[in-house]
Design a protein around this ligand. Structure first.
Ligand SMILES: [Zn+2]
Length: 436
């Protein structure tokens, strides 16, 4: 078998050939050609038939019509019966810990290792569901998210690319506090890492979080649905305090995402300069106009209210959590519809962790039900999400030079977004994690 020609080729591959000729060829990563029956160009908002995506190493090398042919030697992945898209992005996940259940004391009953190991499982489920990037917006146990991000980046763990918040910046007893302990029982710092009760304290916590490994800051601007006792409509920070976070984050070249349900809290956060409003449940017309004016992104988890209502009732979740969910779910959907009509920038975020990880695509049909076109819904979970995360230079569309984060669903995906619940192909950074 090893004839003369084969030996020369082998020598070149192993960089044994004299001079630099063989070395250059040997260091060129392998080429993969993905044949796409349909390809979604989210930059231009159009679907193209019969395309080829060329992947070299971890990056996209080219996107071209099938008529251009497949380069010799390329590995071919045949997705002619599929719609091929950029890897999906969820801008509101909580990968650390167990998904929410009746036992809301859970984080206090689990070691840090258990929380991290749940994160390993959740990260894998998220990736295999076609979500190759997430913006993870908070963990009760500080910096476990940063550890997971790093383990994914160095290949120890399989999961999506992550940008992480490190912990919640929240007032004492506010929407970002862990409930379950009696008022006279103090929790250790690891559970209350982002607690800050003045503008100065906010600046100090933002510095400690960003120096400690957070990528951006999550501020809890109002009460929360799922934090017992707190009121979603109640503002918990002043505009000045939120601005302190925005200014301090800007010093580090990063941004603030604001959890905000109440109309007043939303407006304070927008005026203070946050990059995104999370939830936005009780937004009013003035708040919508302000978001439009400031270019603030809306990340509204408009699906999980249905999940909480059905599963929460079946599992006997706390009555006040179920009541607050009912009070915010339809209001949030109405506000979302108005915000879409007003032209507010929309990015996809589902609040995974409230529901079991891996069901992230469940919200896509809801985006259409409440005002987006199917293409806009897909854009919200790809290029728009990448823009919100300030990662549009590396993910979010199938463009040469970006990471080869590529997914596919069978048939014509835009005809029925429920098809995204059955993800058939997942590639991240040129590595295939799921194949038909
Ligand atoms: Zn959340």
């Amino acid at each position: 078998m090893p004839g003369g020609w084969t030996w020369l080729a082998l020598a070149a591959l192993l960089s044994l050939a004299p001079g630099g000729v063989g070395r250059a060829a040997a260091q060129q990563p392998a080429l993969t050609a993905i044949r796409a029956g349909r390809l979604v160009d989210v930059d231009r908002g159009e679907v193209r038939r019969d395309q080829i995506v060329l992947v070299r190493g971890e990056r996209i090398a080219a996107v071209q019509p099938a008529s251009a042919g497949i380069p010799a030697g390329a590995r071919v992945i045949d997705l002619r019966r599929y719609t091929v898209l950029p890897g999906l992005i969820d801008c509101h996940t909580h990968l650390i810990g167990e998904a929410l259940a009746a036992d809301v004391l859970q984080p206090l009953e689990r070691t840090e290792t258990q929380e991290a190991m749940s994160g390993v499982r959740n990260a894998r489920a998220t990736l295999l569901a076609g979500f190759t990037t997430v913006r993870d917006v908070g963990t009760y146990r500080a910096f476990v998210d940063a550890g997971l991000r790093d383990a994914i980046d160095d290949g120890t763990v399989i999961g999506p690319r992550m940008r992480v918040a490190g912990a919640y910046v929240t007032v004492s007893t506010g929407g970002g506090e862990l409930v379950g302990a009696a008022p006279d029982v103090s929790l250790p710092l690891a559970y209350r890492f982002g607690v800050a009760n003045s503008a100065d304290q906010v600046r100090e916590r933002v510095r400690v979080l960003l120096n400690g490994g957070a990528d951006f800051i999550k501020v809890i601007a109002t009460g929360a649905v799922l934090t017992r006792g707190t009121k979603p409509g109640v503002s918990e920070y002043t505009e000045e305090e939120i601005r302190a976070a925005v200014e301090q984050a800007a010093e580090y070249g990063t941004f603030v995402a604001a959890h905000a349900h109440g109309a007043e809290g939303i407006k304070r956060a927008v005026r203070a300069g946050v990059r995104s409003i999370e939830h936005g449940s009780l937004i009013d017309d003035e708040g919508i106009a302000l978001m439009k004016q400031h270019g603030t992104w809306l990340v509204a988890d408009i699906w999980n209210g249905d999940y909480i209502d059905s599963v929460g009732r079946a599992q006997h979740w706390p009555a006040d959590v179920l009541r607050k969910n009912t009070e915010t779910t339809e209001a949030q959907r109405a506000g979302f519809r108005k915000a879409v009509a007003a032209g507010v920038r929309i990015a996809y975020g589902t609040d995974s962790g409230v529901y079991p990880h891996g069901l992230n695509a469940s919200q896509l049909p809801y985006m259409v039900k409440y005002g987006l076109t199917p293409m806009q819904a897909i854009q919200s979970a790809t290029i728009s999400a990448a823009q919100l995360m300030q990662w549009e230079d590396r993910v979010g569309s199938l463009a040469p030079g970006k990471f080869a984060d590529i997914v596919a669903v069978e048939g014509d995906a835009l005809a029925d977004l429920r098809r995204f619940m059955k993800m058939e192909f997942v590639m991240k950074g040129g590595t295939v994690y799921r194949e038909p």
